[in-house]
Design a protein around this ligand. Structure first.
Ligand code: 6PG
Length: 473
């Protein structure tokens, strides 16, 4: 018997993905660089389906039906290149290599083009949902050729999460499109987590609630429009008590957030594409600030506000509104980046389809994503989600509370970079005139960089050092 698909790299994500395939009745070949992992997978879970264990790459490749479908689940970067280098020579034209790691989309583009020369389909695939998702149904974002999707799609859709019967998996677009979209998914994940963290911080330090009380607030929110996996787990984490000290768990965790790189890539890429993603950027920076222990130690005694004051009774509701409005902004920015990346690389990504496959399985899964799907269904070409009827109305309705929350944070000296940047973006987009006109004047003054006028076509320069007359540039 041959395997329909194979998974190499049996750390927790790879192992669970292989089990998911086997549980769905797909015979799956399994391989790991050190065979002990393969052995333990078979020992522990061998009865879940048909596994074909292989000790060597040759054995692994030989056990796959043709065209071969080979999934690599190893660390992004050099380890991925090493595994490709090991397996590609064993493959034949028409075979497919699926990279299910969090690869940088530029690497995926490079690998796809190199392997295409050998006739091998390289399918850079975003997989979200953590270990549980990999086992029970992740959200899957495959890139690569349409031909490879025809051969892989049914398998991937079979093991993906389902929402209303629709699989959370679709062909994203050519070459690096899948990993690009996964990268932005993670950027949005960072922004969403930061906004939730700021909500917690304000409820704790402005409203004076205890973690267990805040957990209840999040539980209530999770029954409304904010319903999402991240809100749900926030309540769980906040309600948890540390066993060794009896203190709230959140109080015994070192307050330095780490990151593996996808959020940072989202921002770096956005800068290259010229897309403003302040919500995601502030989330990355907030993690960065938290980790600068020496900097924070040095600054700890800087003076805070002298007249702080408290907050009113409706504060938690105001925070809910600020959170919802800021979340709209962060997602609008992320989708803008996907739109720009798609245009830059000719991927033709269907934005509504991305919202559809993020409704379930992934870390940012939420009721909210169905709203985004509907917004793109109503207007596939919209330049921003923010002008969709539902989102515009929600942001407008939230704005008094949103402004109040940002003002309260500033007044009390509680950092709220996510809420603040989201509100600034909202106000920038609505502003009839931006001070960018002054910036242009300054640039023209010191560097003769020229400016355009509101009343005439062309580029102009004012002779600032001379008689200040205007010339055509
Ligand atoms: C997912 C997650 C997953 C991973 C993050 C964590 O979609 O399942 O995003 O890919 O947990 O990359 O990222 P950081 O370690 O950078 O927070």
């Amino acid at each position: 018997q041959k395997a329909r698909i194979g998974v190499t790299g049996l750390a927790v994500m790879g192992r669970n993905l292989a089990r998911n395939l086997a549980r769905h009745g797909h015979p799956v070949a399994v391989h790991n660089r050190t065979p002990t992992r393969t052995k333990s997978l078979i020992e522990e879970f061998g009865d879940e389906g048909t596994f074909l264990p292989a000790d060597t790459p040759e054995q692994f490749v030989a056990s796959l039906e043709r065209p071969r479908r080979l999934v690599i689940m190893v660390k992004a970067g050099a380890p991925t290149d090493a595994v490709i280098g090991e397996f590609a020579p064993l493959l034949e034209p028409g075979d497919m290599i699926v990279d299910g790691g969090n690869a940088n989309f530029a690497d995926t583009r490079r690998r796809e083009s190199a392997l295409r020369e050998q006739g091998i389909h390289f399918v850079g695939t975003g997989i979200s949902g953590g270990e549980e998702g990999a086992l029970h149904g992740p959200s899957i974002m495959p890139g690569g050729s349409a031909e490879s999707y025809a051969a892989l799609g049914p398998l991937l859709e079979d093991i993906a999460a389902k929402v209303d019967g629709t699989p959370c998996c679709t062909h994203v677009g050519p070459d690096g499109a899948g990993h690009f979209v996964k990268m932005v998914h993670n950027g949005i994940e960072y922004a969403d987590m930061q906004l939730i963290a700021e909500s917690y911080d304000l409820l704790r330090h402005a409203a004076g609630l205890e973690p267990a009380e805040i957990a209840e607030v999040f539980r209530t929110w999770n029954e409304g429009r904010l319903e999402s996996y991240l809100i749900e787990i926030t309540a769980e984490v906040l309600a948890h008590t540390d066993a060794s000290t009896g203190r709230p768990f959140v109080d015994v965790v070192l307050d330095q957030a780490e990151q593996k790189g996808t959020g940072r890539w989202t921002v770096q890429t956005a800068l290259d594409l010229g897309v403003p993603v302040g919500g995601i950027a502030e989330a990355v920076f907030a993690r960065s600030v938290s980790g600068h222990a020496a900097l924070r130690d040095a600054a700890r005694n800087l003076p805070g506000p002298s007249r702080a004051g408290g907050v009113g009774s409706g504060f938690a509701d105001a925070v809910e509104k600020a959170l919802y409005a800021s979340k709209i902004i962060a997602y609008a920015q992320g989708f803008h980046e996907i739109q720009a990346g798609s245009a830059e690389y000719g991927w033709n990504i269907d934005l509504g389809a991305m919202a559809t496959i993020w409704r379930g399985g992934c870390i940012i899964r939420a009721r909210f994503l169905d709203r985004i799907r509907a917004a793109y269904e109503a207007d596939p070409e919209t330049p921003t989600l923010l002008t969709d009827d539902h989102f515009a109305e929600a942001a407008g309705e939230a704005q008094d509370a949103w402004r109040e929350v940002v003002a309260t944070a500033a007044r009390l000296g509680i950092p709220a970079p996510g809420f603040s940047t989201a509100l600034a973006y909202y106000d920038s987009l609505r502003a009839p005139r931006l001070p960018a006109a002054l910036t242009q004047g300054q640039r023209d003054y010191f560097g003769a960089h020229t400016y355009r006028r509101v009343d005439r076509e062309g580029s102009f320069h004012t002779l600032w050092g001379g008689d200040r007359s205007e010339v055509t540039a």
